[in-house]
Ligand binder design. Structure first.
Ligand SMILES: CC(C)[C@H](C(=O)O)[C@@H](O)C(=O)O
Ligand code: SF4
Length: 472
């Protein structure tokens, strides 16, 4: 039985949270941590209100605002211009007060993007089930947790019961072995993975990222990889907890301390997939072959090494793909055969829950130090949380960016998506460290190229997409 059958990391966490299996095979899972933001929670709280229900476990819940807020000083003084954004923020504030839900307000230094704040505060821990009404909840899987995005009706279900109905997913393992070449980062790993498996590659699966190149990543890199598992179609992404994880957890405000931490670590050490555990799908990548990547099209699978040229739709394998490539080439304002490194950028955005941690900011600063942003380029750094911002300032990194001509902003989702004042204007080309590049994602008509923080910084300095390996 399950005591002897080798199990995966996913299976172990799933089993440990199983409350009941329903007759149709659906599982009722206990949820340890519920993170809440302003976009997907209004109707959920409204549902509770209508039914006269309280929040089942307020201490398992934490709310924060991130999507709709401005990232300049105006957010502390001004009123949000966009009526829909304003309503979402005001509604969250009303709901957390009425339902007595723990909340990190805008004026609190801990405020930031929910997927940066959760791990930073120790709210997200190994072995947990973690949900949030947000697709990039997969980020927290880097802790060795089962973390995934849920819809608004599920947000209501979790608020009311602290449980969730789930179907068991298939297990997929993506193994990346070898040493990552200089200039390559976790972002290049995950873009290469999505380029290989496609945006539907992980459908129906939870991905466990394994292999020596994954083990060698720091937590920031692991968050980046798991963050984008959703762009590969997976339900969630996870990385087995190890010493890197335990070191990260120690001393976080909501993490266990002392003896409780020792006990927790003893359990966490039992979580990695057993030898011989079955994976329904296996994918293997050689880290040594990874090259700095950049997306050229309007889907995260349309990525290429920075050394490549814009694909020619005429060479597509079938008509449907040709039409798709044609549309992407037109929308992105490209010419087939053009070198990617010749593409001039208008905007550089360093931020988002994919790449806004202190390690990301340091990596960008290392490229920018002592240089200047190319004329005509708008470049901005948006730290993932107020604490990341403070830490960067304590290291003098804000000065590195400001001296170079970058904007140094307050924490939030910012230009990752067009839901707040930080937007591209039609036709603008942006080198962005975020995770999505569909049409209009960063503002109507905007053109997004996904890449790593170091690559974004390089583009800001040269004014065009640039192979970071060529920067002195
Ligand atoms: C607004 C929110 C529901 C959405 C998501 O689920 O991912 C957003 O965070 C995004 O990145 O598109
Ligand atoms: S930073 Fe971007 S991807 Fe992350 S939660 Fe915010 S909008 Fe979604």
């Amino acid at each position: 039985m399950s005591a002897t059958k080798p199990r995966t990391l996913y299976d172990k966490i799933f089993d440990a949270h199983l409350v009941e299996t329903l007759p149709d095979g659906t599982a009722l899972l206990y949820i340890d941590r519920h993170l809440v933001h302003e976009v997907t929670s209004p109707q959920a709280f409204e549902g509770l209100r209508m039914a006269g229900r309280p929040v089942r476990r307020r201490e398992g819940t934490m709310a924060v605002i991130d999507h709709n807020i401005a990232t300049d000083e105006s957010r502390y003084t001004g009123r949000i211009e966009d009526p829909e954004s304003r309503l979402q923020v005001e509604t969250l504030e009303k709901n957390v007060a009425e339902f007595d839900v723990p909340y990190i307000p805008l004026t609190d230094a801990r405020q930031g993007i929910v997927h940066v704040v959760g791990p930073e505060q120790g709210l997200s821990l190994p072995g947990m089930t973690i949900v949030c009404g947000d697709s990039h909840t997969s980020t927290h899987g880097a802790m060795g947790a089962l973390a995934f995005g849920i819809g608004t009706s599920e947000v209501e279900h979790v608020l009311a019961t602290q449980t969730l109905l789930q179907k068991r997913a298939k297990n997929m393992r993506v193994t990346v072995d070898g040493v990552l070449p200089k200039g390559c980062t976790a972002k290049d790993i995950v873009l290469a993975i999505i380029g290989k498996i496609g945006t539907a590659g992980g459908t129906g699966h939870v991905i466990e990222f394994a292999g020596s190149a994954i083990r060698a990543l720091d937590m920031a890199g692991r968050f980046t990889v798991c963050n984008m598992s959703i762009e590969g179609g997976a339900r969630a992404g996870m990385i087995a907890p190890d010493e890197t994880t335990f070191e990260y957890v120690k001393g976080r405000p909501f993490a266990p301390q002392g003896e409780a931490l020792e006990r927790a670590i003893a359990w966490w050490k039992s979580l990695p997939s057993d030898e011989g555990a079955h994976f329904d799908t296996e994918v293997v990548l050689d880290a040594a072959e990874i090259v700095p990547m950049v997306s050229w099209g309007t889907s995260p699978e349309d990525v290429l090494p920075i050394t490549a040229v814009v694909p020619d739709p005429a060479s597509a394998k079938d008509e449907a793909r040709r039409d798709q490539l044609q549309r992407m080439v037109e929308y992105m304002g490209l010419t087939p055969g053009q070198k990617l490194s010749d593409l001039k950028v208008d905007v550089v955005f360093i931020g988002s829950c994919t790449n806004s941690r202190i390690e990301d900011i340091r990596a960008a600063a290392d490229i920018v130090r002592g240089k200047a942003v190319a004329p005509g380029v708008r470049a901005m750094v948006v730290p993932g949380s107020g604490l990341v911002k403070k830490a960067a300032e304590a290291e003098g990194l804000d000065a590195v960016f400001k001296n170079a001509g970058f904007e140094w902003r307050e924490a939030g989702c910012s230009m990752c998506l067009g839901m707040n004042p930080d937007k591209l204007t039609p036709g603008q080309r942006c080198a962005s460290t975020s995770n999505r590049n569909f049409e209009g994602r960063q503002g109507p008509g905007g053109r997004t190229h996904l890449l790593s923080p170091a690559m974004a910084a390089a583009a800001a300095i040269t004014g065009h997409l640039t192979d970071v390996r060529e920067m002195a």
